[in-house]
Design a protein. Structure first.
Length: 373
């Protein structure tokens, strides 16, 4: 037992020394997460503000002018007004406008006859689906708010019950608050697989791994000796990323530090195990890097629920997401940052991550033994 412990300690010390001497490991662990975090934090946003909108006013009445003023005052639109639709349609075709509202000629006359609003035409650029939905919904919202204000000014009752909306967990509806926790999971999926995949594959290329295998070191000791230093490195990278998210991007954190460490640690075990499996199969840095990106980044980005909701995916794809470790970390991080310590949700996900990690380590040990024979 003492011999095993001494060998493991020697392997761990060796790996830490190699990490300090190898700038690529430090770049992957500390520089790459910061770069990706800034890209996701500043470059990715689902908030629709100042959508370029055209308003064609064919009516010169007061009611039409008041509605145009309402569109101009909206923070969601950057409005361009014209008397004819043709110049605005040309702007829409050129991609300089994302939507068009047409106020008909008899708008003011029809509005003056009763309490029913006149029809408006909304044209949206369907080449960008999300923006088109925003254009339709926001234009309806501006017109409805203006109409309700007009009814109040004229002493009429509103046409139905008013909805009192209350948003839980993300009351400002900032997309950054829901995207950044998922971005942290994607970042950890990339660096977790790359850390072990590239470094161990480099040792296979240089022949140092075969020399190490010629020693009395057991496969389990080798896996632990390779895993622990990069696990510590990955946890430091996670803590730095969380600190930047909370301080610079003002991301709320409502959970506990212990739950964050538990979820991140369980995920890192699975990601590092995946990297070890890749390196034992590829034994080439280029192939290991490509495999890490294809099996680590792409499934995490597409199938984790970070951008695309899992519930809207086809049944076969939803079933596939259950073996994607990032799926469980995305859920846990969104819960910790926006809700808090919901242990009934966190613990099952941590258990699944540990199970996936155990399977990956088992496959790595079996694959390594087969290659040594």
């Amino acid at each position: 037992m003492n011999g095993r412990l001494r060998r493991m300690v020697a392997l761990i010390v060796k790996e830490f020394v190699q990490i300090l001497r190898d700038p690529s490991s430090l770049l992957i662990a500390f520089v790459l997460p910061v770069i990706l975090l800034f890209l996701y934090g500043f470059g990715v946003s689902l908030d629709a503000r100042e959508i370029r909108m055209g308003v064609a006013v064919r009516d010169a009445g007061e009611e039409a002018a008041a509605l145009v003023a309402a569109f101009r005052a909206s923070p969601y639109f950057r409005t361009e007004v014209a008397r004819d639709t043709r110049p605005l349609e040309a702007e829409l075709l050129a991609g300089r406008l994302r939507g068009l509202v047409v106020i008909p000629q008899d708008f003011s006359r029809r509005m003056g006859k009763g309490v029913e609003p006149a029809d408006l035409q909304v044209v949206a650029d369907g080449s960008e689906t999300n923006t088109a939905n925003y254009v339709q919904n926001y234009a309806q919202g501006v017109a409805r708010a203006w109409w309700n204000q007009r009814l109040r000014e004229t002493g009429h009752e509103l046409g139905g019950p008013e909805l009192v909306t209350r948003i839980w967990f993300n009351p400002e509806l900032k997309s950054r608050n829901s995207l950044l926790p998922g971005a942290l999971a994607i970042i950890m999926a990339i660096i977790g697989t790359l850390l072990t995949a590239l470094v161990v594959a480099r040792e296979w290329e240089r022949g140092t791994m075969e020399a190490l295998m010629a020693t009395p070191v057991a496969i389990g000791e080798l896996v632990v000796g390779k895993l622990l230093p990069y696990f510590v490195l990955g946890m430091f990278a996670m803590l730095i990323s969380v600190a930047i998210s909370v301080t610079l991007f003002e991301l709320p954190f409502r959970g506990s530090f212990a739950a964050l460490l538990l979820s991140s640690g369980a995920f890192l075990l699975a990601a590092l195990g995946q990297g070890l499996l890749i390196s034992s199969a590829a034994k080439n840095q280029f192939l290991a890097a490509m495999a890490a990106l294809v099996t680590g980044f792409l499934p995490a980005f597409l199938l984790s629920g970070f951008i695309f909701e899992i519930a809207s995916m086809p049944p076969a794809v939803r079933a596939l997401t259950h073996i994607i470790p990032a799926r469980y970390l995305v859920t846990n991080l969104q819960t910790l940052f926006l809700v808090g310590d919901v242990w009934s949700l966190l613990l099952p996900n941590v258990g699944i991550l540990l199970l996936l990690a155990a399977v990956l380590f088992f496959l790595t040990a079996r694959k390594t033994v087969k290659r040594l024979r």
